[in-house]
Ligand binder design. Sequence first.
Ligand code: PBG
Length: 324
Amino acid sequence: MFPLHRNRRLRTNDAIRSLVRETTLSPTDFMFPMFVAEGKDVSIEIPSMPGIYRRSLDLTVKEVKELWNLGIKAVNIYVKVSDNLKDNTGKEAWNKDGLMQQTIRAIKDAVPGMIVMPDVALDPYSSYGHDGIVENGQILNDATVDALTRMSVSHAEAGADFVAPSDMMDGRVLAIRKALEESGFHDVGIMSYSAKYASSFYGPFRDALDSAPGFGDKKTYQMDYANRIEAIKEALHDVEEGADIVMVKPGIAYLDIVREIKDTVNVPVAVYQVSGEYAMVKAAAEKGWLDHDKIMMEQLHCIKRAGANIISTYFAKEAAKLMQ
Ligand code: PBG
């Protein structure tokens, strides 16, 4: 007798393993999230995100050129505005000379091919640190959606290729699509953060932008991590409303959701491997407990294997360098 299946034949050596490998990575799978600050020649490392910096516009543009040369074709932009520009309307978010708008223009000027996807949410502009307008301790949905449409059109005017609403208000994709069409921005796309969970993995990001909620938490708009069916509902609604790409966030702990959404919708699926996921790998590697590069590549492959067409990751640059 002999084993009916000798599956190990396909694992005998590196050559055969590479021939039968089902998932491969390329720098074009990645988007790189960037934190932009006011000023000139500013570069501040985020303490909980070693290797990731909050940079002024001049240095951001320099880094975008470097990303492009590494084969990375998209960036997600987040800005840190000073406290005196924050209020409960978010109006700085659609200031045509605001930091985000300047950043979009400068990147498109310097590297026209780079796909620029500004974040659409009020938290960096909110005196309450929430993604929406606050009234009596509640986050108002429809008033926030109005603000997000103005913000999106302003990003399009500045030259954004896609807008990326990360706020989880209801109806915002349809409202943004309608506003973009009415303003003539037929070709500006929407990448919707469709299944965005209320997650403790966002901690380091909030350090980076000083955007932690001033009261309460984000559980009345971001999703409960115990839920699965709700994620499918959110993704289907966003596709119906006109999202060109849907996103799942965070990544590694939510790959069941990624696979299910991938099998359900007919648009590309993006995954955001978020700040806390990055921080965990960095911290464990710093202690010598895990092999940094191997863990990084394993996680990125696993995210893609689960169904991601695009991965937004703070590892984009390091991984692309490793692939060269
Ligand atoms: C805010 C926003 C957050 C992230 C992206 N956009 C934080 C939050 O919702 O509180 C988190 C990304 C990360 O942790 O890397 N709209």
